[in-house]
Design a protein around this ligand. Structure first.
Ligand code: CA
Length: 223
């Protein structure tokens, strides 16, 4: 994982870089916004830490420019304590999270890890199995690129099957996925939903097979 630090206080950025290198990140430092916007290829980076208090082009402007240019890299901003307005402005400009100075190192590291866990690209956000795809951000299904209209229960059960595609999922697991504790239903309810889902998947290369006495498995017809 490679991190870019934009911070004009060189002793702070060097200290931070050393600390992150100790956590096995590859780190580069840039001292001002102009350098970053005009001369740094962000493609190799997994995350940018941007200080908002910069001479010249400010951190908020840097964040805004990057987002306007379509840059999806996670951005963590560093703000002065009590600077609520700039925190809000930074987040509105497109930053993903913030840490206030002076920060506690474990908190900064935890926020970095949390941002790095987030899916960034359309491909990472999508979960797919043959022609069936699920966009985890929009939380919508599509079948052969056409939107698949599902009821909330159908959605919950198909999502549970898709997340374990190719493996058998028990009726109990599907029941837990689709129904709350208040719903007084038995495994028969799952059968009804699976029946409806099968009809919606009919004609495609994906189907729900019954594993007798246990549950269901999402299968793909071999080409
Ligand atoms: Ca600064």
């Amino acid at each position: 994982m490679r991190i870019l630090i934009l911070e004009d206080n060189v002793s702070l950025s060097e200290w931070l870089a050393k600390l992150l290198r100790g956590e096995n990140y590859v780190v580069d430092c840039v001292p001002d916004g102009e350098t970053l916007l005009n001369g740094v290829d962000l493609a190799p980076y997994d995350l940018a830490i941007v200080d908002l208090g910069l001479p010249g082009v400010g951190g908020i402007e840097v964040v805004r420019c990057l987002r306007r240019a379509g840059e999806t890299l996670p951005i963590l901003i560093l703000t002065a304590q009590d600077a609520l307005d700039s925190r809000v402005a930074g987040l509105n400009a497109g930053a993903d999270d913030y840490v206030t100075k002076p920060f506690e190192v474990p908190e900064l590291e935890a926020r970095i890890r949390a941002l790095l866990r987030r899916p960034r690209t359309q491909a990472e956000r999508a979960l797919s199995f043959g022609p069936l795809a699920f966009d985890q951000t929009a939380r919508s299904f599509s079948l052969a690129d056409a939107p698949l209209a599902l009821t909330p229960r159908e959605h919950a059960i198909l999502e549970a099957l898709l997340r374990r595609a190719g493996n058998t999922v028990s009726k109990e697991t599907l029941l837990e996925a689709g129904y709350s504790f208040e719903d007084e239903v038995g495994p028969g309810a799952v059968e009804v939903v699976v029946h409806r889902l099968r009809r919606k998947l009919e004609g495609s290369a994906v189907s729900i097979a019954t594993v007798r006495g246990f549950g269901y498995v999402l299968r793909q017809a071999s080409a």
